[in-house]
Ligand binder design. Structure first.
Ligand code: SF4
Length: 485
């Protein structure tokens, strides 16, 4: 058996010795959305509301809500919380594999070291978690195609102006009324936010115990609390902390420079164990700008160069939320990334890698933008990008000189291809998703003054095909309705 599997097996035995549903992530990992007052542990279960009366009495209720404590109790007693069905499905499926319950609990930084200690706490104890991800605000200058109004203020404004996006069969996306009903409307920035107040009341207790702290958004650089965190770290170094900050790098220059200066100071003076900046881009040029409204690709790419040249100590990773629209020009995007890696003047950063890191998580929702809809022609285009990476893999992988793509990056994109190519395009899900694609893209163009077929000439035929399928299904529906009358 491979060493990693032996290790995971051991961790599973340790978990099972507590109970068959025990998972360290419920205690030690949390994502908190302070603008909407939502929390979840881990990121798989749906978020739940944090009652204001709970945080007034106890700021750590940002993590330790009564609801979450009930779920911990269930786990200690061997009952499966239904909110964790992501893992139960994986554990009940045929074959021998490990669910995220085991993977997360095995994490050497914030999981396994806390496995015993968390299980021995009373079920209703207030836990100070080791891994915290926080969103201070939904203020964002971008409106990405796959994002939602509670995450981006730009999309919130758009939804207020145009209403929800209508999908096939009367379903809707970007629905503010639904958000209101669910209690997930963000508290406006100018108003008092009790969740942010609770966060700062909890912070002095939380910070010394943190192993991983991630700031996400909205756009984190537009939240003053992000800078407050950086200033706090400068005053109170934490050499055990892995700090990660997301940014679209599209904010004004002054703000960006202020952020980079502070981040660089923290990195160069080793005030934390590691500092990583994550930025997103899903493909090249105007196609990337179509997906991420607000992005200026050239400027974003120039900023990446600027950071790697001016701040070689800073570690940057480009997150590609790989989706259907990433496919046509992805090779051009990879060429740009390769140029960064191969530039002789780019210094080597602390991780020993040149230029930027790359990651390709693939988009799952909304399904109508996912690469699951890729047809044979798009799969050929995607395969070309993979072959381009294979022809340009790093020459030296075990010393601090890198000049190409790393094998794990190639495998990540290959995985996207494998999943997409295994899809049966005739399935009901994919038929509905193609009709949704047509409706969404048409609405996107109307709201943003864009023209899909001009921006994506390579796959204009796909839009026509989705339109045809939608019109045929509408005609069939109408025929059935007329018959019934
Ligand atoms: S059991 Fe799975 S879904 Fe639940 S907290 Fe653990 S990793 Fe997350």
């Amino acid at each position: 058996m491979e060493p990693i599997k032996i290790h995971l097996n051991k961790v599973k035995q340790q978990l099972d010795a507590v109970s068959s549903s025990y998972c360290v992530a419920k205690w030690q990992q949390v994502t908190i959305h302070l603008a909407t007052g939502q929390t979840h542990s881990c990121h798989h279960p749906a978020t739940h509301h944090i009652p204001v009366e709970e945080i007034i009495a106890n700021p750590s209720a940002l993590h330790n809500t009564k609801f979450k404590k009930e779920q911990r109790k269930k786990m200690l007693e061997g009952e499966r919380p239904s909110e964790c069905d992501y893992c139960w499905k994986a554990e009940d499926s045929p074959g021998h594999h490990f669910s995220d319950r085991v993977h997360k609990s095995a994490d050497p930084v914030w999981g396994q070291p806390f496995l015993k200690q968390s299980s021995q706490m009373p079920w209703d104890a207030d836990v100070t978690p080791a891994y915290v991800e926080v969103s201070f605000s939904n203020v964002c200058n971008f409106g990405c195609a796959y994002c939602s109004p509670d995450i981006s203020s730009t999309i919130m404004q758009e939804a207020k102006r145009y209403g929800p996006v209508l999908l096939d069969g009367g379903r809707v996306d970007r629905d503010i009324i639904k958000l209101e009903r669910q209690g997930r409307m963000p508290i406006p920035n100018r108003e008092h936010n009790p969740y942010i107040e609770a966060f700062w009341a909890w912070w002095p207790t939380l910070y010394p115990k943190l192993k991983v702290f991630r700031i996400t958004g909205g756009e984190p650089l537009l939240a003053k609390d992000t800078f407050k965190v950086l200033d706090w770290i400068i005053e109170h170094p934490n050499p055990e902390l892995d700090l990660a900050i997301n940014s679209n790098l599209g904010v004004d220059e002054k703000l960006l420079n202020e952020f980079l200066e502070k981040a660089n100071y923290i990195q160069e003076n080793n005030l934390v164990k590691s500092l990583k900046i994550f930025t997103s881009c899903d493909t090249w040029g105007n196609q990337a700008e179509y997906i991420r409204t607000g992005l200026n690709y050239k400027q974003w790419y120039r900023t990446l160069w600027d950071i790697t040249l001016r701040y070689p100590a800073l570690s940057i990773t480009v997150m590609v939320t790989f989706n259907l629209l990433s496919i046509p020009r992805f090779e051009s995007f990879l060429r740009d990334m390769l140029a960064l890696r191969q530039a002789p003047s780019v210094s080597i950063n602390n991780s020993g890698m040149r230029g930027v890191g790359l990651d390709f998580p693939y988009l799952r929702h909304p399904r109508y933008l996912s690469s699951l809809l890729a047809d044979p022609y798009m799969l050929v285009l995607l395969d070309r990008s993979i072959q381009f990476m294979r022809h340009n893999t790093a020459t030296y992988q075990y010393v601090d000189y890198h000049d190409g793509f790393y094998p794990h990056e190639v495998e990540n994109l290959q995985r996207v291809y494998n999943i997409a190519s295994a899809e049966w395009q005739g399935s009901l899900d994919n038929q509905v998703s193609r009709r949704d694609f047509y409706l969404y893209i048409t609405e996107h163009d109307r709201r943003n003054g864009t023209d899909f077929k001009t921006v994506f000439p390579e796959i204009g035929y796909f839009y026509d095909q989705c339109k045809r399928e939608y019109e045929e299904s509408q005609a069939a529906r109408e025929a059935v309705e007329n018959k019934e009358e």
